[in-house]
Design a binder for this molecule. Sequence first.
Ligand code: MLT
Length: 404
Amino acid sequence: MFQVNDNFQKLPGSYLFSTIAKKVSAYSQANPDKKIIRLGIGDVTQPLVPAITEALHKAVDEMGNAETFHGYAPDLGYDFLRSAIEKNDYQARGCDIQADEIFVSDGAKSDSADIQELFAADTKIAVCDPVYPVYVDANVMAGRTGTYNPDTQMWSNVIYMPCTSENHFVPEFPKETPDVIYLCLPNNPTGTTITKSQLQEWVDYANKVGALIIYDAAYEAYISEEDVAHTIYECEGARTCAIEIKSFSKNAGFTGVRLGYTVVPKDLKRGEASLNAMWARRHGTKFNGAPYIVQRAGEAVYSDAGKAQLKEQVAYYMKNAATIKAGLQEAGYTVFGGVNAPYIWLKTPDQMTSWEFFDYLLEKANVVGTPGSGFGPSGEGYFRLTAFGTYENTVAALDRIKAL
Ligand code: MLT
């Protein structure tokens, strides 16, 4: 008789954004006349820029022609894309990362969930709290997190590093030494980040204690301040302690196209085992490569036209971020983030819980956001709004919030 993976039974509720989608759908069915503005999930709204759609069209034509048709993609990614990433995202920043350390994938979400397959079963992970739920949930499914305490909303075998306004959202080194540390910077959900010298301290710490950092840099394109690192490999010593995960979703609008990559330096070793070789082996076994068409679109992100057009798109979303931030402040809210990231993190008013504020905002303003407690216990009392809406909807949402 087959048995199921019991670890799935330990997961509380459904995936955060599925829960929100269900709640919003129930509300909208009950109130069909209400025009809901969605500033919840960080999904982009602006169309792909012309440099990208042109590359897609051209690649589609190639696929329709016997001479230029492509079958299975190389499982680690086409050389043209890996070289463009190497040159633009790393060498242009003075970082020593080579194309054969870059693994192209169908997105950062799958990579950030799957990377834990490289670690031993008894690996102790450390996460910021609040945190993008995928890191923890993927480790739960793999049986690495112990038991869940619904009162504390914590797993027994996970190290939580609270990031709240009290510590300016900067994680502190945990008392207990972790094996693997997940860092997402600029941060989802708080929209805050740390300076390059603070990141250097994390790299030094990881090298000292022999820990591995999984560095999620999905929001790197939104960095506006000088002293913030665009990649962890700007820090000295990161090659021996860090894996970096990047997405094309937020910087180029690929949420519906799907493309990402993971950097696994060859210096990452435990005994004879090379993490680069292990990830290549895993990719080869479990993945048949991102589509040729999509990888050509990814290459266009690095063309001169692509870079110029995407700079404008990022500026469009950051104008939304500034609009949200200023509007909330005007309405008397305490707000964080929105300077180096497309997320605004606000304190809920009047001691409301995050979910109470979610319901309040949905019912009274017909605006959807994300409850901070959905990202972890230290997110309680906070709420996230995304800058990825249209400008018109962003302004309208803020007008409604100000009128409450
Ligand atoms: C979010 O809203 O946190 C993100 O859109 C989720 C994701 O990127 O998967």
